[in-house]
Design a protein around this ligand. Structure first.
Ligand SMILES: Nc1ncnc2c1ncn2[C@@H]1O[C@H](COP(=O)(O)OP(=O)(O)O)[C@@H](O)[C@H]1O
Ligand SMILES: [Mg+2]
Length: 278
């Protein structure tokens, strides 16, 4: 497990909520494609606390993936600022994508160890940490298997184990369960909730599914049609650990309806302007 000691978080600068892990202030991103300028995102303002699980929902093409790439440092914002408050010595972020991202020529163990190998963690320790995450994701016994021999749901567990093995301070998940069937999706949500509840790292989780967002998140942030801005930021009041019958409760249905009323307007706006993209 994580043997590194975490130094105390530095005091938050003035104006920063105590315990903030991330703050986007007026973050925008434009793309130039050919002669066209696409305003993909923002201005977007969002503060995420350390250990918080925040779900982003919004119409296709509204800039959700763009925002995750900005947070991941893959894409500089064209305006605004992004602040991260990080502890020394641990990976800042790691990302899980919809399409598994596993390397087909590597075994499950080598896939999960991948980020540790990149970080030059000694092989023995890397194997021990990877093996532990494989177990936590319910993949024990499959260490030597190749991805092609696994189901989609199992491949996605490999992706999650790999992302978590580097002990990222912020886990970014971009529609990670969109490609698996509905039953497997529920199972993967339960697995993710279980491992998250064990050590509560900061998560930003993008999903098309409002139900998924309400099952998983501490907050659901509704992003507008492109260029994506925050139109609603809803605290999810359900206690943790979340009961497995949560979806069937009247409280869940009522909150789902409330948030859907907001989200529906954005989806319609996105359709009306023809901005919807996959
Ligand atoms: N590299 C790029 N070049 C040009 N346009 C891009 C690029 N990446 C994303 N876009 C555009 O930015 C908008 C937002 O995309 P994206 O962040 O992928 O949306 P979402 O993840 O919410 O579906 C879309 O219109 C998309 O076509
Ligand atoms: Mg996307």
């Amino acid at each position: 497990m994580d043997t590194q000691t975490r130094p105390a978080a530095p005091p938050s600068p003035p104006g920063i909520p105590p315990g903030a892990k991330l703050r986007a202030s007026g973050v925008e991103r434009q793309f130039i494609s050919g002669k066209q300028r696409v305003h993909a995102l923002g201005p977007l303002d969002l503060t995420v606390a350390d250990g918080e699980f925040v779900c982003l929902v919004g119409p296709s093409g509204c800039g959700k993936s763009t925002f995750l790439r900005v947070v991941n440092g893959l894409l500089p914002p064209t305006a605004g600022t992004l602040d991260l408050w990080l502890d020394g010595g641990r990976a800042a972020t790691s990302m899980v994508f919809q399409d598994y991202g596993v390397l087909p020529w590597k075994t499950v163990l080598a896939n999960v160890r991948f980020g540790l190998d990149m970080a030059k963690v000694p092989r023995k320790e890397a194997n021990a940490r990877a093996t532990d995450w494989i177990r936590r994701l319910g993949l024990a016994g499959f260490e030597k298997a190749y991805p092609a021999t696994l189901s989609g749901g199992m491949r996605q567990r490999v992706s999650i184990a790999r992302a978590l093995a580097v002990q990222p301070q912020i886990l970014l998940m971009d529609e990670p369960f969109a490609a698996v069937d509905a039953q497997m999706r529920v199972v993967l949500q339960e697995v993710l909730l279980k491992v998250w509840e064990e050590d509560r790292r900061t998560v930003i989780f993008v999903t098309h599914s409002l139900e998924e967002a309400l099952v998983l998140g501490d907050r659901v942030v509704v992003v507008s049609a492109r260029p994506g801005r925050v139109v609603s930021d809803i605290r999810v009041p359900f206690e943790r650990p979340r009961p497995s019958d949560l979806r069937g409760t009247p409280e869940f249905a009522a909150l789902h309806q409330n948030v859907w009323d907001v989200l529906r307007d954005e989806v319609q706006a996105s359709l009306a302007s023809g901005k919807e993209q996959s």
